[in-house]
Design a binder for this molecule. Structure first.
Ligand code: HEC
Length: 103
């Protein structure tokens, strides 16, 4: 039937569309970690505060090679004027880096 094939195409489309985003990044976990680590004091997803917005950071890292690895390095090692993240939970940090890169 014609309607059936339209519905089938629609559900495949929805699956493809919602699949990768929801499977890849745990958004509430990333946001909770940013709060717990007090990153939100200086960073926002879209607004630049004391630090650059994560949108700006995502664009910057995506323009370079190995965006996720470079960002994880930056978060875990910090810099002369930036503290490293407190947690040692590699999975949580990876999830946070992936979340930042989706901003
Ligand atoms: C006291 C304010 C402050 C806090 C708290 C803070 N940041 Fe930052 N952050 C900055 C500033 C200022 C910069 C830009 C200067 C620099 O790169 O060090 C920055 C830069 C960064 C960058 C690099 C951005 C780029 O475009 O290269 C990342 C990634 C980052 N912060 C993540 C975090 C995370 C994750 C946390 C929480 C663990 C955090 N920051 C906590 C102020 C802060």
């Amino acid at each position: 039937m014609k309607l059936n094939s339209v519905l089938a195409a629609l559900s495949v489309g929805l699956f493809v569309w919602t699949g990768p985003a929801s499977a890849a990044v745990d958004v509430p976990a990333a946001e909770a970690l940013l709060k717990a680590e007090k990153c939100v004091k200086c960073h926002d997803a879209v607004k630049s505060k004391k630090g650059p917005s994560f949108k700006v950071t995502a664009a910057k890292y995506k323009a370079g090679p190995d965006a996720e690895a470079a960002l994880i390095k930056r978060i875990t090692e910090g810099s002369d004027d930036h503290e490293a993240i407190g947690t040692k939970d590699a999975k949580a940090i990876k999830n946070l880096a992936e979340w930042i890169l989706t901003q």
